[in-house]
Design a protein around this ligand. Structure first.
Ligand SMILES: [Zn+2]
Length: 202
C-alpha cells in the first residue's frame, strides 16, 4: 500500500511498502484543490472523487463531470439536480480510496479503460492523485510557461518533476501560494529517488 508521510502538507515518501495490510493512510494528509469551491481538501477522508453516469441517445452508459470535491453538501453533486439534467446517477468514491497505492491507481486505470468518462478527465485525475507535486503546481501551468519558469519537454499537461518543483518554488517566492505547499527537494534531499527505497544510485 501507499504510505503517506506528510510534512507541512507535502507527501514526501509516497511509495514505501508496508509489511502489514492495513488500509490506513498514515501521517495526516496531502492537499488537493476542491473543483467546486476552490478551497483545499486537507485530509483524504474529506474528499470525494465523483462523476455522473447517464444513458446517451444510443442507450450507452456515458460518464460526465469527473470531479474531486469536499464531501460537504455545498461541494458535492446534488443527486436530484444531476438526475434532472439527463437521468444521470451520481457515483462517488472516497479520495482516500483512490489514493491507495497501487490498487487505487489500478482502479483509476480501469475507469479510463472502460471508456465511459472522457479519457482526458480520467488521466487528469490520475495525475492529480498519483503524480507528486502535480496538484500543487496545477493552477500555475500556463502562467509559469508564459513567465519562462519552465520549458516543458512533453505535451501540454505532462511535466517532469523538475518542472513541477520549479513551478512550486516560483509560486512560493512570488507570493502566489503560501508555505503550505513545499517542494520536496527542500524537505527531503534526493527525492523522488528515495521513494524507490535504498540502493538506488545515480
Ligand atoms: Zn469544496
Amino acid at each position: 500500500m501507499r504510505l503517506w508521510t506528510v510534512r507541512d502538507g507535502f507527501v514526501i515518501d509516497g511509495f514505501n511498502a508496508r509489511s502489514d495490510d492495513s488500509d490506513e493512510i498514515e501521517g495526516g494528509s496531502a492537499m488537493w484543490y476542491c473543483d467546486k469551491c476552490g478551497g483545499l481538501i486537507e485530509d483524504p477522508k474529506q474528499g470525494w472523487v465523483q462523476w455522473v453516469s447517464y444513458y446517451n441517445a444510443e442507450g450507452r452508459p456515458t460518464g460526465r463531470d469527473l470531479q474531486l470535491v469536499h464531501k460537504t453538501r455545498e461541494c458535492r453533486f446534488n443527486s436530484a439536480v444531476e438526475f434532472a439534467k439527463d437521468g444521470g446517477h451520481v457515483y462517488d468514491m472516497g479520495l482516500d480510496h483512490f489514493l491507495r497505492w497501487p490498487d487505487g491507481l489500478m482502479e483509476l486505470l480501469f475507469l479510463a479503460s472502460e471508456g465511459e468518462l472522457p479519457l482526458e478527465s480520467v488521466l487528469e485525475m490520475i495525475k492529480r492523485l498519483h503524480i507528486p507535486n502535480y496538484e500543487a503546481a496545477r493552477p500555475f501551468f500556463e502562467e509559469a510557461k508564459r513567465e519562462g519558469v519552465i520549458e516543458p519537454n512533453m505535451g501540454p499537461g505532462y511535466y517532469f518533476q523538475s518542472d513541477l518543483e520549479a513551478i512550486i518554488s516560483w509560486a512560493r517566492k512570488s507570493g502566489r501560494i503560501g508555505n503550505e505547499w513545499f517542494t520536496p527537494s527542500e524537505l527531503h534531499p534526493g527525492w523522488p529517488d528515495s521513494r524507490h527505497g535504498k540502493g538506488v544510485d545515480r
